[in-house]
Ligand binder design. Sequence first.
Ligand code: ATP
Length: 652
Amino acid sequence: MTAVSGRGQLRRMPLTSSRWGRWVPFVLLTVALVVFPLVASTAVVNVGVYALIYGLAAIGLSLLMGLAGQVSLGHAAFFAVGAYTQALLVTKAGWSMWPAAVVATVAAMVVALLVGLPLLRLRGHFLALATLGLGIIVTVVVRELEITGGTSGLYGIPKPEFGGRLYNSAQEYFWLLSPFVVVGMLLATNLVRSRMGRALGAVNDSEVAAECLGVDTFALRLRVFVLAAGYAGLAGVFYAHWLGVVSPEAAGFELSVEMLLMVVLGGLGSVWGALTGAIAVSAMDEGARDLITALIPGASGEVQLLAFGVVLVLVIILVPGGLAQLWHQLTAARTAHSTDGAAAAGTAPSTESTPSPSVPNAAPSGSRLAGLLEGADLPERGSPLLLVRDLTKRYGGVTALDHVDLDVAAGEIVALIGPNGAGKTTAFNMISGVLPPTSGTVTLRGREVQGQRPHVAASLGATRTFQNLQVFSSATVLGNVKVARHLRSRAGILRGMGGLARSEERSIDAAAREALEALGLTDHADRPVADLPFGMQRQVEIARALALGPALVMLDEPMAGLSGSERTSLSELLREASRAGVAVLIVEHDVEAVLALADRVAVLDDGRLIALGGPEEIRNDPAVIAAYLGVAAEDESLVRQAAARVEGEVGA
Ligand code: ATP
């Protein structure tokens, strides 16, 4: 279930409904779909048929736009591929409906795969424009080709015959379609709740953080793009048989806008919203047609498109979360009301809100990370893990990192310190794959990873936190940490849609809760992460990184925003991690804290490594004192000499 935060941003709600409670809406929907044709007039059922057809397409588009954050302005292209393929197979090749429907749906998915490979490398407006272009291309192609019937399209697509029955009335067709819609929705809601759905939501919130937890964002987006096309292709199949004719309008911009409107009106990312939006737009479509012709005799379809455009703009401005947002507000208000009532009657449980400041962890008895690291493929303590050689990053004339060499062994705690602008975050970014280096190499567990995307480093056990927080703001605290188990679980889109990964979900949940426990965040597990104060969000990021079961965890200023006791607790936790074999690379401005924590300290100044050694050595190094620890240098050349010396030592 999704809802929308106060800022109009999608928020995946905690999935608190019981196993059986989940079925109630589907049972009610099924009953409604069975009863509706019995009580409504044929004209209204006819509108209902279109609502179900477009609803199918909208479910896929909602997953694509709401969950994967991909704006598609040409979704009707896949609808048209499904409809035309079906029409061709049935009318020209003499196929029967169901085998043709399978091929038509797959055809839409194959087209999505082929166009998605180049298109999904684009982002934001560029992707939206590219999908718009796709819609135009498909319209032009079907209009120009003889085999697709040119401008007049393909005629004579028969009404389906199935189980000895001809589905030629609106009522019967509605019933034929209904199971597909219910199953389509069930599969989509399962997907939203699955490992893949969680990863998609994470990608939508922060692509870089999702990548650093091992999510291959491109592959994931491509899959959901193909899946959304499958929904649209199947909708096209039903459209072709219901209308009996398929013309270029099936790929038209107008239909793409209508689908967009359904999804936005229903609430981006809400599967139930997609169906509700489809019903609302189909009803509006009918109403608008009558109203516009009454108001403006002889008005064309463009006027209707204009009306849709106006509604779209109004929804975006007034209710950015669409009908799902309204529903959520309504149910939240009702829950609050009933809680108030119960409290007044003295029967309510304590409504005291959870205090926001975190409680420092209790002193550990045994490792708090034992369960998380169980089964993690950690290299032997002390063995080489990370080798950085000659790492350099230039931005035009600025050299952010200058030929830096650094090694980190398994289980070692290495601190990277230096004044502001020294290049610490740049180094982190290149080691984790967030930035490609200008030159130099990064070797993780014997494999060179420089210039590759962060999920590659994550797959080798290296993950990180961020100086500028990158929490998954639409998820709960627990939801954030669960994403980190992506690489330690396997369920793909199909298993997710089938709801076939329950035991895996249970172990993901247990591991995520263990990571929260380690950071003292258990009481906040079900809170939306966006509601937490800064320091706690930082701890959520740390819990998330540790939940991966990493071989190397890179923490960028983890102590910022933490209280004294929280800093002490975190230091103890990192020592535990180190004892368990996890290497820690830490960037921190609290020099005393890191000198007390680290096995070795690397000092950067102006992009160069000027010192590398044990904490005591660093504390007394004149070049470090000159560059960083606040005492004015009598001789600036000390710093340069130190850099040359360290380069020689590490290189040797
Ligand atoms: P801080 O402690 O303030 O976070 P830092 O040691 O992490 O600093 P970096 O953020 O790595 O330093 O920056 C190193 C240098 O590179 C700085 O001079 C910075 O201005 C420069 N720099 C970083 N990113 C860019 C960029 N995208 N374009 C141009 N210069 C950049």
